[in-house]
Design a protein around this ligand. Structure first.
Ligand code: NAP
Length: 290
């Protein structure tokens, strides 16, 4: 294992609050396993100090940093360049410092797609239903569009609000109230179903989005991007119906692995990252340190 020395390059994550972040545990494990001379730390940055913090990280020669809530959109205006994924999603979660030029990426889309590819699910030509229209949904929708899904329907509780939030996706996505017959019809012909709402997330594990399992195809692949708990009520019910499923762990690991690879040029060991993530999650669940 390499310790911190005068040559160690710096990485980290900015957010507010940040103590809950799982990225330091996950990234430190990957850095150690790959024998890289990097350090990764959590940095609390209040919204009003974001511009100064970003300039500080540039001046300090940080190789890069992750960006989390509430800075993912606000940081974009402070960067020199933003790639297409980040631009379409409207959020940056990874910044790479190329000799003082700050380049913004969004690795959530790679993370989301990795959750599918790991299960052998391809997107091209498939019909998808996405539940929810918030920040995470934008990465999911862009991933499905980018990979050539044949049709995408978004199901939400408030269609008017979602249409406003997703105006830039209007050409590729149909937004429907999940209470209506049109949505039930879309669900019936869907190949992939993704939950991006927080329904069922700890501590409200009894909740789930309103899906009538009698109306979906047997072959549908069910993806819940929630990772606490590891198996939501939504996934439990889907499994009981015989559907193939996956949770949000692969997405979280995948976005972190892609970020580390952008900074270091090394493809990290994702199983090491996953183990560190699961250990950090169980420590949290058991009331350990945040
Ligand atoms: P968000 O921006 O707040 O969006 C949440 C969406 O869910 C909105 O469309 C919202 O609808 C809907 N929603 C919230 N509460 C609802 C309720 N009680 N009933 C019906 N709809 C409801 O949140 P987000 O950042 O997209 O995150 C959503 C989930 O994704 C969280 O559970 C988060 O942990 C997970 N996530 C996972 C990963 C990963 O890597 N695995 C990454 C990011 C996020 P309204 O607009 O009507 O409120």
């Amino acid at each position: 294992m390499i310790g911190v020395s005068g040559t160690t390059k710096n990485l980290g994550v900015i957010g507010w609050p940040i103590a809950h972040s799982l990225s330091p545990a996950m990234q430190a494990a990957a850095i150690r396993a790959a024998g890289l001379d990097y350090a990764y730390i959590a940095m609390p940055v209040r919204p009003e100090t974001l511009p100064a913090a970003v300039e500080g990280l540039r001046s300090l020669g940080f190789r890069g940093f992750n960006v989390t809530i509430p800075h993912k959109s606000a940081v974009m205006a402070l960067l020199d360049e933003v790639d297409e994924d980040a631009r379409r999603i409207g959020a940056v979660n990874t910044v790479v410092n190329e000799n003082g030029r700050l380049l913004g990426h969004n690795t959530d889309v790679t993370g989301f797609l990795r959750g599918l590819s790991r299960q052998g699910v391809t997107v091209k030509g498939k019909r998808a239903v996405v539940l929810g229209a918030g920040g995470a949904a934008r990465a999911v929708l862009w991933g499905l569009i980018r990979e050539g899904a044949a049709g995408i329907v978004v199901g939400v509780r408030n269609a008017a609000k979602a249409r406003e939030a997703l105006t830039d996706f209007a050409a590729d996505v149909e937004i429907l109230s999940w209470d209506g017959d049109a949505f039930a019809g879309a669900l019936a012909s869907s190949d992939i179903l993704v939950n991006t709402t927080p329904l069922g997330m700890t501590p409200k594990t009894g909740e789930m989005p309103p899906v009538d399992w009698n109306r979906v195809q047997k072959e549908i692949f069910v993806y819940d991007i929630i990772y606490t708990p590891g198996c939501t009520r939504f996934l439990r019910e889907a499994k009981a119906q015989g559907h193939r499923v996956t949770n949000g762990v692969a997405m979280l690991v995948g976005q972190g692995a892609e970020a580390l690879s952008l900074w270091t040029g090394v493809q990290p060991d994702e199983s090491v990252m996953e183990q560190a993530l699961l250990a950090a999650l169980s420590e949290k669940e058991n009331g350990g340190r945040a």
